[in-house]
Design a protein around this ligand. Structure first.
Ligand code: HEC
Length: 216
C-alpha cells in the first residue's frame, strides 16, 4: 500500500504542471504503475507462501522421521542442525527466510521489537490475519516483507509443551543445547512464532519466480 502511494505521489510530482492535455497519458501511466505494482505484490506473496510451506514441510518431515527412529532427544539434534541449515539454503539471491519467536529456543530466533509488534497481531488465532505482506523502501533498496504465524500443534508439545507433555529426556537435551531456552510450556493452538520472508526488489525477482514455478 505504502509503495502504491509512493508511486502515485512520484507520478503526481513528475506530471504536475504538464497541463490538461496530458491527463490521459498520466492516467495511463498511473494505471500501468498500479498494474505492475499488483503483479509484483502477487509474485512476492506467492513465492513467500511457497517458501514457508517448503521450509515447514521439510522440517516437519525430518522431525517426524527422527522422532520415529530415535525419539525426541535425537529429533532435537535434527532440529538444531537442520533448521538453521534449511534457512541458510533457501536464503540466497535477494531472498531471506527465517523463523522468529517471542519465547525462543535458539537466541538467533529472538524477535526484534518491531517483529514483536507483528507477532502481537497474530496472537489471537480467531481474529488473526492469515499473513501480513508489506513493502518498505530505504535509500537504495525496496523490500517485500511477508509474515506468517506458526501455531502450536499437539505434535509440537513433545518438545515445546509443559512438563506433562514433553517427551522423556527432552528437558535435559534442551538444557544441554539451549541453556537460555524459553520455548516450553506451550499449549496446542497457541502462537509459537512466525515465518519471515524478505524479498529485495528487483534483486530477488528471478529467484522468487523460480520458487513459484518449483514443483513440490
Ligand atoms: C524434536 C523436538 C521438536 C519438535 C517435535 C518441534 N520442535 Fe520446534 N524447535 C526445536 C528445537 C531444537 C528448536 C531450535 C532450532 C534451532 O536451533 O534453530 C526449535 C525451534 C522452533 C522455532 C523457532 C523459534 C525458536 O524458538 O527458536 C519454532 C517457530 C518452532 N520450533 C516451532 C515448532 C512447531 C510449530 C512444532 C510442531 C509442528 C515444533 N516446533 C516441533 C525442537 C522441536
Amino acid at each position: 500500500m505504502k509503495r502504491i502511494l509512493l508511486t502515485v505521489v512520484l507520478l503526481t510530482i513528475l506530471t504536475t504542471g504538464c497541463g490538461e492535455s496530458n491527463k490521459t497519458k498520466t492516467d495511463d501511466q498511473l494505471e500501468k504503475a498500479r498494474a505492475m505494482q499488483n503483479e509484483n505484490d502477487i509474485l512476492c506473496r506467492q513465492a513467500a507462501e511457497k517458501l514457508t510451506a517448503i521450509f515447514g514441510g521439510e522440517l516437519k518431515g525430518e522431525l517426524i522421521k527422527a522422532l520415529g527412529e530415535g525419539g525426541a532427544v535425537k529429533a532435537i539434534d535434527v532440529c538444531r542442525v537442520k533448521a538453521p541449515k534449511i534457512s541458510q539454503i533457501f536464503s540466497i539471491n535477494g531472498v531471506k527466510i527465517k523463523r522468529v519467536a517471542e519465547r525462543y529456543r535458539n537466541l538467533d530466533n529472538r524477535a526484534t521489537v518491531e517483529q514483536l509488534q507483528v507477532l502481537a497481531q497474530f496472537a489471537d488465532r480467531a481474529t488473526a490475519p492469515e499473513y501480513i505482506g508489506q513493502w518498505t523502501r530505504t535509500d537504495s533498496i525496496e523490500t517485500y516483507h511477508f509474515y506468517k504465524p506458526i501455531y502450536t500443534e499437539p505434535f509440537c508439545l513433545n518438545c515445546h509443551g509443559g512438563l506433562q507433555t514433553l517427551a522423556p529426556g527432552v528437558i535435559d537435551a534442551v538444557r544441554r543445547n539451549y541453556p537460555n531456552d524459553k520455548a516450553t510450556g506451550f499449549q496446542a493452538g497457541e502462537l509459537r512464532g512466525m515465518f519471515i520472508v524478505e524479498i529485495d526488489w528487483p534483486e530477488g525477482r528471478g529467484y522468487a519466480e523460480e520458487i513459484v514455478d518449483f514443483q513440490m
